[in-house]
Ligand binder design. Structure first.
Ligand SMILES: [Zn+2]
Length: 410
């Protein structure tokens, strides 16, 4: 048996322990104060006990002060195995917190009492993000039990507060201990993915929501010349804003859709009766912008279009960004975390994984803002936040093998 096969067979033998750990984690609801909880302490304490069994070289807390939480803080845990070789570290970051179960009548059982049905584990948190916690834990254990020792430095990070925005979780960890992470480290965030485990998320689009207010003069519908019709202005403006698609027309094949999107969505009610020409109209545009473009350039172009239509129709048009989230820099397609992870996936499953981009934000963005290339990946059916959230034991075992393969890659 070569080194890899030995580790893989060890990991395959952990099925009962995987179920046990999932059960214990699920039984400790880790809800943030916004979700009616007191934080992640119980779950963090259990995770720490388990980590100690794997004898990390260092294990420490980065408690984030939060008066609303039990003991006045939110727990973040870091465990590091130094490895035999010097060089970059492989980090796997998972989050401890869960979202509330929601409507209990939609659950087939107690959300915090984990159930096993064949290969499936059901309970709040089993996928989001205990899949990540458990698979990374058993990846380390597999190597330790194979007695070959961890070759390179490996760190497991379990953070708080991911579901609400990471202020007391990864953001705090990076503020306090930015020094832990180096630009050439491999950072994997197993908190997103697809059923095949072939999606390595490396990039996000920026998000921009614009509110347009068109002001004219209201009057009776029979005498249009006495007023200025704001609805005609809104209609013309909506059509003209379509030119944003031509102006910002780059394609990026890692995204689906490949292009930036600029979609008019909501329109507010104007006048209540049909025989009045409206003097005020408000509508919204939802934009998902490829990382190639600056959000400010979109806003400026929208302003220029406004100006043109306002002049043409003698109306006043205001635009306001009601929501804006500039994307983090993308993790390069050819960065080591992407290539080494893709190779490991291929070795374990024979599948070809591809770097991809998504329309919304992930916790990995906080690493990317710091210039740290991070990849979001796991083999999961996305059931996060759903009633009867579930995950597959087979997938946990597969991902543990893939992570162990990354740890073993020199
Ligand atoms: Zn998550």
């Amino acid at each position: 048996m070569n080194g890899f096969e030995d580790v893989y067979s060890k990991i395959e033998g952990y099925r009962p322990e995987i179920i046990e750990m999932q059960r214990e984690l699920t039984a400790r609801p880790a809800l943030g104060p916004e979700n009616g909880g007191t934080g992640e302490h119980e779950k963090a304490d259990y995770a720490k006990e388990q980590l100690l069994l794997l004898k990390p070289d260092t294990l420490f807390d980065i408690p984030a002060p939060d008066k609303r939480a039990a003991h006045g803080y939110r727990p973040n845990i870091v465990a590091v195995w130094d490895g035999k070789q010097k060089g970059s570290t492989v980090w796997i970051l998972s989050h401890l917190d869960v979202v509330p179960p929601g409507d209990l009548s939609l659950w087939d059982g107690d959300p915090y009492e984990m159930r096993v049905e064949g290969d499936t584990i059901i309970g709040r948190g089993v996928e989001d993000n205990q899949h990540g916690i458990v698979s990374s834990y058993f990846a380390v254990k597999g190597i330790l039990d194979s007695k070959q020792g961890i070759p390179r430095k490996v760190g497991l990070v379990f953070v708080a507060d991911e579901e609400i925005g990471s202020k007391y979780g990864l953001q705090y960890v990076l503020n306090e201990r930015r020094d832990l992470f180096k630009e050439d480290d491999l950072i994997i965030v197993p908190d997103g993915g697809n059923d095949e485990g072939t999606m390595i998320e490396i990039s996000e689009k920026s998000m921009l929501q614009l509110k347009f207010t068109i002001t004219g003069v209201q009057c009776h519908a029979s005498t249009p010349k006495r007023g200025k019709n704001s609805l005609v202005g809104a209609a013309k403006l909506i059509i003209e804003l379509n030119t944003l698609k031509e102006r910002f027309n780059l394609n990026n094949p890692i995204f689906k859709p490949q292009e930036s999107t600029f979609e008019p969505t909501k329109i507010e009610a104007n006048v209540p009766n049909v025989n009045t020409i409206p003097g005020r109209d408000v509508f919204y545009l939802d934009c998902r912008i490829l990382p190639d473009y600056k959000v400010d350039d979109i806003i400026n172009e929208a302003r220029a279009i406004n100006k043109k239509i306002a002049k043409e129709l003698d109306l006043k048009i205001d635009v306001e960004a009601i929501h804006r989230q500039d994307c983090a820099p993308s993790t390069p397609v050819d960065s080591p975390v992407v290539t080494i992870l893709a190779k490991a996936i291929n070795k374990v499953t024979g599948r070809e994984a591809k770097p991809m981009g998504i329309g919304g934000g992930t916790v990995a963005a906080f690493f990317r803002y710091e210039g740290l290339p991070a990849a979001v990946w796991s083999t999961i059916s996305p059931t996060a936040h759903q009633p009867n959230e579930y995950c597959s034991i087979k997938n946990i075992i597969t991902d543990a093998k893939i992570m162990a393969t990354v740890f073993l890659s020199g």
